[in-house]
Design a binder for this molecule. Structure first.
Ligand code: PEP
Ligand code: MN
Length: 333
C-alpha cells in the first residue's frame, strides 16, 4: 500500500503518521520527492483502514500495491533512483559506460584496457576476478590477486570498478570494491542476495539466463528489503530457441523495467550476443531504448583472451562505438 501525502506537510505531522503506521506492525519506506512524499507500507496491510487513512488531513491519496515487489516498485519511489558508485552517478538521466575485459588476466592487461577505455570516455571499469564458468576445466579467474590488479588499474586511471562476487564467503575481500556484481547464474541465490542487503555498496544485479522480469525484480527486492537500496539492474540476454547468438537481447525489458521500477537499468550487449561484430548495433539500440548505461567487454588482445574473446571489442572498436553512443544520447536529450 502507498500513502501519498499532501504537498507541504510539516515534518511533525509526517512523523506522527509514520509512528502510527509502524505501531500497526508495518515497515514504512519514505520517499521524499521534489513535489510529493510517498510512504510505502510493507507488511500485512490488511488491518489498515484505507478509508480512515485517506480521510486524514495530510493525506492526498491511498493505493494498494498489488505487485509482490515493493521496495523496487516505482509506485513506492516515483522518481528515478540515482546510484552513486565511486563518484559516478548512474540513473535519472545519468548515463554510465562500463567497459573492460571479461576477466582480469594480468596487471599489464587490466591497466592497458583501463587506460584505453578511460581515454574513450568510460565511467567505470569492469573485470572479473572470480568467474562463473560453464566448464570446471576453464579459467575461473585469478581470484583475490585479480581484485588487487583492479585496484592498481583504478589507481592508474581513476576509474571505479565493477566486479563479480560469487560466494558470500569472499565478501571481506570485496571491502574496497566500488560496485559488486551479481552474475546471471546467481540471480536467484537468495542467501547471497540477503547478505548483500547488509552491504554499503551499489549492487549490479544481472538478469538470469531464463528469468522473467518479475523474478529479476523479486531478486532486487531481496537486496533492498534487507537494507541496501542501491541496486542497478542489467539486461544481458536470455535463453530462447535461437542459437545463432549466445542469448537473445530483450530490449523491451528496458522500457518495461523503467515503468515498473525506479532502479537504473543497464544493458550488456556482449553477453547478450556473444559476437563482437553484433555488439555495436545492440549497444546503440539499447541506448536508443533508454537504457541508463551499457556494460561492454573490451580486451586489448581478444584472440588470446582467457574468457569471452569472441564477444570482446578491441579498444579502437570500443572508441568508435562510444562516440556513436554519445551521438545518440545527444539526440535523446
Ligand atoms: C560477466 O559479466 O562477467 C558475466 C559472467 O556475465 P553474466 O553473469 O551475465 O553471464
Ligand atoms: Mn564475459
Amino acid at each position: 500500500m502507498i500513502v501519498v501525502l499532501k504537498h507541504g506537510v510539516t515534518p511533525d505531522k509526517k512523523k506522527q503518521l509514520i509512528s502510527w503506521l509502524q505501531n500497526l506492525g508495518l515497515r514504512i519506506h519514505v520517499s521524499d520527492g521534489e513535489f510529493q512524499t510517498v510512504l510505502g507500507l510493507v507488511g500485512d496491510t490488511s488491518s489498515v483502514d484505507m478509508d480512515l487513512v485517506e480521510s486524514l488531513e495530510i493525506v492526498d491519496s491511498v493505493k494498494r500495491v498489488t505487485e509482490p515487489f515493493k521496495f523496487c516498485n516505482r509506485k513506492f519511489h516515483p522518481e528515478d533512483l540515482v546510484v552513486e558508485a565511486g563518484g559516478v552517478k548512474i540513473g535519472g538521466g545519468n548515463f554510465a559506460m562500463i567497459a573492460g575485459p571479461c576477466s582480469v588476466e594480468s596487471e599489464e592487461q587490466i591497466v592497458a584496457v583501463a587506460r584505453a577505455v578511460k581515454a574513450s570516455g568510460a565511467d567505470l571499469l569492469r573485470g572479473g576476478a572470480f568467474k562463473p564458468r560453464t566448464s570446471p576445466y576453464d579459467f575461473a579467474g585469478l581470484g583475490a590477486p585479480g581484485l588487487e590488479l583492479l585496484k592498481i588499474a583504478r589507481a592508474e586511471t581513476g576509474l571505479p570498478f565493477v566486479t563479480e562476487l560469487m560466494n558470500i564467503m569472499d565478501l571481506d575481500l570485496f571491502a574496497d570494491v566500488d560496485v559488486i556484481q551479481v552474475g546471471a547464474r546467481n540471480m536467484q541465490n537468495y542467501d547471497l542476495l540477503r547478505e548483500l542487503g547488509h552491504v554499503d555498496k551499489p549492487i549490479l544485479l544481472k538478469r538470469g539466463l531464463a528469468n522473467t522480469l518479475k523474478e529479476l525484480l523479486m531478486s532486487a527486492e531481496y537486496i533492498m528489503a534487507s537494507g541496501n537500496e542501491r541496486v542497478m539492474l542489467c539486461e544481458r540476454g536470455i535463453r530462447t530457441f535461437d542459437d545463432y547468438t549466445r542469448n537473445t537481447l530483450d530490449l523491451a525489458a528496458v522500457p518495461m523495467l523503467q515503468e515498473l521500477s525506479h532502479l537504473p537499468i543497464l544493458v550488456d550487449p556482449s553477453h547478450a550476443t556473444g559476437i563482437a561484430r553484433l555488439v555495436p548495433s545492440m549497444a546503440l539500440a539499447a541506448t536508443a531504448a533508454g537504457a541508463d548505461g551499457l556494460m561492454i567487454e573490451v580486451h586489448n588482445d581478444p584472440i588470446h583472451a582467457m574468457c569471452d574473446g569472441a564477444q570482446s571489442l578491441r579498444p579502437d572498436e570500443y572508441d568508435a562505438l562510444a562516440r556513436k553512443v554519445r551521438d545518440i544520447r545527444e539526440l535523446m536529450i
